[in-house]
Design a protein around this ligand. Structure first.
Ligand SMILES: Nc1ncnc2c1ncn2[C@@H]1O[C@H](COP(=O)(O)OP(=O)(O)OP(=O)(O)O)[C@@H](O)[C@H]1O
Ligand code: SF4
Ligand SMILES: [Mg+2]
Length: 336
C-alpha cells in the first residue's frame, strides 16, 4: 500500500492586517483566518487537488506547508517528520524534496539569468557535482519537460508562457523534489497549453513517482489531474473525496455551484445561484464579512430554499467535515 508522504493536521495560518485607514491610527488590527483548521493527507504517487475561489487560502496552505510562512497552529508531517517544529538546517535539507511551482510564472526565474544558468544554479544548491555532471543533468531535465536545447541560452522574457512553465517545472525537478506543490500551474496559459502542462505533470508523476498538491480555482483542471479533491471556502475545506465523486456527485452546495457554473449541469437551486454570481448579486466575499455558524450561508441556495434554518447560522454549530460514505466528507448540515 502506498505510503503517506504528507499529513496536514488542523493547520491554521492567521494573518494580521490593519482594519481601515482610520483604525490604523488607533493601531487596531484584525485577524485574517486565511487557513482555519485544514486537515488532509497525501500518499506517494498521488495528487490531491485543492480548489476554491480567489482569496480562499489555497496559496497560503502551500506556502505554510513549505514553511515559507510560519503556521499559527497545527501540524505538518512530511515522511512522518514534523515540519512545523523542524530546525532551519534540517528544513533546508528537506526543501530539496518538497518544492513549489509558483503561481506567478516569473517568480522563480531570475530575469537577468539565462535559462541554462537558472537550472545550473538550482542543481548546484542541493548537489555537490561537477560541471560536466550538471550539463548531463540539464540535458536530462530538458528531455523530461520537453523543452528545446536552444532555449537554454534565452532569458526568461524571451520565452512563451508555456515554455516558462516548463522551465519552472524543470527547476523543481532539478533539486530532486518528490513532493511538488503546483500553485495554479495552468493559469495565464492558453487552453491548449494548459492541457500540455497537465499532461506533462501526469507523465512526470508516472515516471518519477511524484506526489502533487495541485492548486487551482478551476474544478475542471483539478478533476483531470487529481485522485482526491479538497474544496475550500474562506479558509476551510468544505468537501473532500475522490475526484470523480466530487465532480459527478458533489454534496456541498458550494461545490455544486462551482461545478454547475462550469459544466452547465444545473439544478433549480444552483442555477439561480449561478445567475446571482454572474449578475454580481453575491458581491465580494472575503474574510471581512462577519459570519456566524456556516460561512457559506450568505451565498447558500439551500439555506435560502429551506427558509433560513437557524442551525446554519448558529455560532455554536459551525458545520464540520462528516463522512458521508466511501471516504467522501462534507461540512454541511443539509448535504445534497
Ligand atoms: N502576507 C499576507 N498578509 C496579510 N494577508 C494575507 C497575506 N497573504 C495572504 N493574505 C490573505 O489571505 C487570504 C488568502 O490568500 P491566498 O493567497 O492564500 O488565496 P488564494 O486562494 O491562493 O487566492 P488566488 O486564487 O487569488 O491565488 C486572502 O484574503 C489574502 O488577502
Ligand atoms: S450548512 Fe446550511 S448554509 Fe452551510 S452550506 Fe449547508 S445548507 Fe448551506
Ligand atoms: Mg493563490
Amino acid at each position: 500500500m502506498a505510503k503517506t508522504i504528507l499529513e496536514v493536521v488542523d493547520l491554521k495560518k492567521h494573518f494580521t492586517a490593519r482594519k481601515t485607514l482610520l483604525s490604523a491610527f488607533k493601531e487596531q488590527e484584525r485577524s485574517i483566518p486565511a487557513v482555519d483548521g485544514v486537515s488532509f493527507y497525501l500518499k506517494e504517487n498521488e495528487t490531491v487537488g485543492l480548489v476554491g475561489e480567489s482569496g480562499c487560502g489555497k496559496t497560503t496552505i502551500g506556502r505554510t506547508i513549505l514553511r515559507l510562512e510560519k503556521p499559527t497552529a497545527g501540524k505538518i508531517l512530511f515522511d512522518g517528520k514534523d515540519v512545523t517544529a523542524m530546525p532551519s538546517e534540517e528544513l533546508r535539507k528537506l526543501r530539496s524534496e518538497m518544492q513549489m511551482i509558483f503561481q506567478d510564472l516569473d517568480a522563480a526565474l531570475n530575469p537577468k539569468m539565462r535559462i541554462r544558468d537558472i537550472l545550473r544554479e538550482a542543481i548546484k544548491v542541493h548537489h555537490d557535482i561537477t560541471d560536466e555532471e550538471i550539463d548531463g543533468r540539464i540535458g536530462e531535465l530538458l528531455e523530461q519537460v520537453n523543452l528545446k536545447r536552444s532555449k537554454l541560452s534565452n532569458f526568461p522574457h524571451e520565452l512563451s508562457g508555456g515554455e516558462k512553465r516548463r522551465v519552472g517545472i524543470a527547476r523543481v525537478l532539478s533539486v530532486g523534489a518528490r513532493f511538488i506543490i503546483a500553485d495554479e500551474p495552468t493559469s495565464a496559459l492558453d487552453v491548449s497549453i494548459q492541457a500540455q502542462v497537465v499532461n506533462l505533470l501526469r507523465d512526470l508523476q508516472k515516471h518519477l513517482g511524484l506526489s502533487y498538491l495541485f492548486i487551482s480555482h478551476d474544478l475542471r483542471v483539478v478533476e483531470l489531474i487529481s485522485h482526491k479533491v479538497a474544496v475550500m471556502y474562506l479558509g476551510k475545506v468544505v468537501e473532500m473525496g475522490l475526484a470523480g465523486r466530487i465532480a459527478t456527485a458533489p454534496r456541498h452546495p458550494y461545490t455544486h455551484i462551482l461545478w454547475s457554473s462550469l459544466v452547465g449541469k444545473q439544478s433549480k437551486e444552483a442555477s439561480s445561484a449561478v445567475r446571482n454570481v454572474q449578475s454580481g448579486i453575491w458581491g465580494v466575499f472575503d474574510f471581512e464579512r462577519a459570519y456566524a455558524g456556516c460561512r457559506f450561508a450568505p451565498r447558500c441556495p439551500v439555506y435560502e430554499s429551506k427558509e433560513y434554518p437557524r442551525v446554519c447560522t448558529d455560532p455554536a454549530s459551525e458545520p464540520q467535515l462528516r463522512d458521508v460514505g466511501d471516504g467522501h466528507q462534507v461540512a454541511c448540515h443539509f448535504p445534497l
